[in-house]
Design a protein around this ligand. Structure first.
Ligand code: SF4
Length: 91
C-alpha cells in the first residue's frame, strides 16, 4: 500500500475536529449557494482526487465530494444525482 489509496479518508479535511459534516449535504429548501462552505473546505483538502474518484464509483453519492456537488459531478460524467424530494431540484 502506498499510504494514499487505502487510507485517504484519514487525511480528509472534512474529518478534522470542528468541521460540521452537515455543510456537505443540502438542507431542505436549499439556497443556490448551499454548498459554498463545503467547497471552501474541499479546496484545502489533500485527498480531493481520491474523494472525487470514490464519488464517481458510488452511484448513491449525495452532497459535496471532492469539491463538487452531485449535479456538478454528473455534468462531468458522474452518476445521475438524486432528486431533492423537498423542492424537486437536483442538488
Ligand atoms: S475533498 Fe472535500 S468531501 Fe472529499 S474528503 Fe476532502 S474535504 Fe471531504
Amino acid at each position: 500500500m502506498d499510504g494514499t489509496a487505502q487510507d485517504w479518508w484519514e487525511r480528509a479535511a472534512c474529518a478534522a475536529p470542528g468541521v460540521n459534516p452537515d455543510v456537505f449535504f443540502p438542507p431542505s429548501r436549499a439556497p443556490k449557494s448551499w454548498d459554498r462552505e463545503a467547497k471552501r473546505i474541499c479546496e484545502a483538502c489533500p485527498v480531493t482526487v481520491h474523494c472525487l474518484r470514490a464519488a464517481f464509483d458510488a452511484s448513491g453519492a449525495h452532497g459535496v465530494w471532492g469539491g463538487l456537488n452531485a449535479w456538478e459531478r454528473f455534468k462531468r460524467g458522474g452518476p445521475r444525482p438524486p432528486c431533492d424530494s423537498h423542492n424537486g431540484r437536483r442538488v
